[in-house]
Design a protein around this ligand. Structure first.
Ligand code: BES
Ligand code: ZN
Ligand code: ZN
Length: 482
């Protein structure tokens, strides 16, 4: 799929050559490229500004029949994301032109060339499984042209970049899948099938064993659905490792709100509520493919939150796996319930060095940070800072949120150990994070609320509308830096 070439660009046998262009600096010293850019810049409509595009057909000096110039703006301001975006756009144009392949001029620093590869692979994904008419086919080959002295280094980077992009696309497809095709049993099977091909141990825990393990909060949330809850555990255990990491992902395959039924547009895209589980499952599969050097355990509570005669009710008191009792103030705050049990189970069974949960947990987090930032909640400022830094690198951006102890009062219950929703609606994302913290014991922990960035109703340069796969690139980068 992704190849590196050093052959003469002028002779490149392709229908589509893409050249990133800086507004105020030369990214490449290659004479063929310099000449082509000079030609492009002679048109007043193209100056190499961010977002500028110019297509030339059959230009002199190259055998490619189309050359697309894509502006990345001023050198000072250009960052890897500028190149990811440029590459994604170029791939879209190539697909529109009914091409099967594209060649990129891989110019600029290492991080820029890696970003071109990533943007191209991610931009080559379409979610069209449910369409009868699939005229627009993704490209079958993406080639990046680099200077001969850098060939080896870039070739070595290809498998990792391919793996992480495949993982992201896998997560996107799961999130975009309709909720009737990913009810807990189906989603569990789909995860088991995907993970089965890799060096992973998978346990699909059914309702009987969920009961045996006293995961009553998970059972309570699942009670209203005709499809029983599941818990999938994926264990990646390399021969040699010294750290054990647990990743817990919220897997609500559809969140109707339960008896506190969501209304209006609130319910519309709630198939996305398993995006945490999708990101974690895809991260484990990717970690195995990349042979990451830590033991990683993925714990995925899967459930459908539905109203019915058997659904859990506001007012119910549930005894969680930890023994703590929770008064249900709102059945729509179901994510923290299933995570409470899954986190407790993860700590009890695996005693990890660090535990991270990923969840589309609160509308409040989306309200606070919009749809491009995830909220990171941790008592460990260093862990939060590392995640924020991985977010900057991958452009899966995170913002560290506060965990004020005195907000815990919001969760006080008169008749149980804790309520599942704060008494005030303010600070809802913090209240949810503090709720989770009650089940973590003394393990090093971070919670990532991805309610904002998990799903997008608009496409961007390298992601179609629907699931974004947010979390996979972030977690893989963080794991790689441990
Ligand atoms: N799944 C939702 C959160 C959500 C909202 C995810 C928007 C993605 C986009 C969650 O289960 C939920 O319903 N949370 C409630 C909590 C409230 C009842 C305290 C919310 O955010 O309104
Ligand atoms: Zn909910
Ligand atoms: Zn939810």
């Amino acid at each position: 799929m992704l190849h590196i070439t050093v052959e003469d660009l002028g002779q490149c046998n392709t229908g589509f050559l893409a050249i990133p262009v800086c507004e105020d600096a030369d990214l490449s010293r290659n004479p063929v490229v310099v000449k082509l850019i000079g030609r492009a810049m002679s048109y007043p409509e193209f100056k190499g500004g961010a977002g500028d595009e110019l297509m030339l057909y059959d230009p002199e000096g190259v055998s490619a029949s189309r050359v697309l110039f894509i502006g990345v703006g001023k050198k000072e301001k250009a960052d890897p994301e500028s190149f990811r975006t440029a590459a994604g756009k170029a791939v879209k144009r190539a697909i529109q032109s009914r091409q099967m392949d594209i060649v990129f001029c891989g110019c600029g620093k290492k991080a820029f060339v890696h970003a071109i590869m990533e943007g191209a692979l991610l931009g080559n994904h379409r979610f069209d499984f449910y369409k009868q008419d699939r005229k627009k086919k993704p490209l079958s080959t993406i080639t990046v042209h680099v200077e001969p002295s850098r060939q080896d280094a870039f070739e070595q980077a290809v498998p990792g970049i391919e793996a992480v992009c495949r993982g992201t696309i896998m997560a996107r497809d799961w999130v975009s899948a309709p909720p009737n095709d990913k009810r807990p049993d189906m989603f569990a099977r789909s995860i088991v099938k995907a993970a089965d091909m890799e060096n992973l141990t998978i346990v699909d825990i059914d309702e009987r064993n969920i009961r045996k393990n006293k995961l009553h909060a998970l059972l309570a949330v699942g009670a209203g659905s005709d499809t029983r809850p599941r818990m999938v555990v994926i264990d990646y255990r390399p021969d040699k490792y010294d750290k054990t990491i647990a990743l817990v992902g919220k897997g609500v395959t559809f969140d109707s709100g339960g008896l506190n039924l969501k209304t209006g547009s609130g319910i519309t895209d709630m198939k996305q509520d398993m995006a945490g589980a999708a990101a974690v499952a895809a991260t484990l599969i990717t970690a195995a493919r990349m042979a990451i050097g830590h033991r990683i355990i993925g714990i995925l509570p899967l459930v459908e939150n539905m109203p019915s005669g058997n659904a859990y009710r506001p007012g119910d008191i549930i005894r969680t796996a930890s023994g703590k009792t929770v008064e249900i103030a709102n059945t729509d705050a179901e994510g923290r319930m299933i995570l409470a049990d899954a986190i407790f189970y993860a700590v009890k069974q695996y005693n990890p060095d660090t535990l991270i949960d990923v969840a589309t947990l609160t509308g409040a987090c989306k309200m606070a940070l919009g749809n491009k930032f995830a909220g990171v909640f941790s008592f460990d400022a260093r862990l939060a800072a590392r995640l924020v830094s991985s977010g900057e690198k991958t452009h899966e951006r995170c913002w560290a949120m506060p965990m004020p102890e005195d907000y815990r009062d919001m969760l006080k219950s008169d008749i149980a150990d804790i309520r599942n929703v704060g008494k005030s609606r303010w600070g809802g994302a913090i209240a949810a994070a503090l709720f989770l913290s009650e089940f973590v014991q003394d393990v090093n922990w971070a919670h990532i609320d991805i309610a904002g960035p998990a799903f997008s109703d608009k496409a961007n340069a390298y992601c179609p509308s629907g699931g974004t796969g947010f979390g996979v690139r972030l977690l893989i980068d963080w794991l790689g830096g441990l």
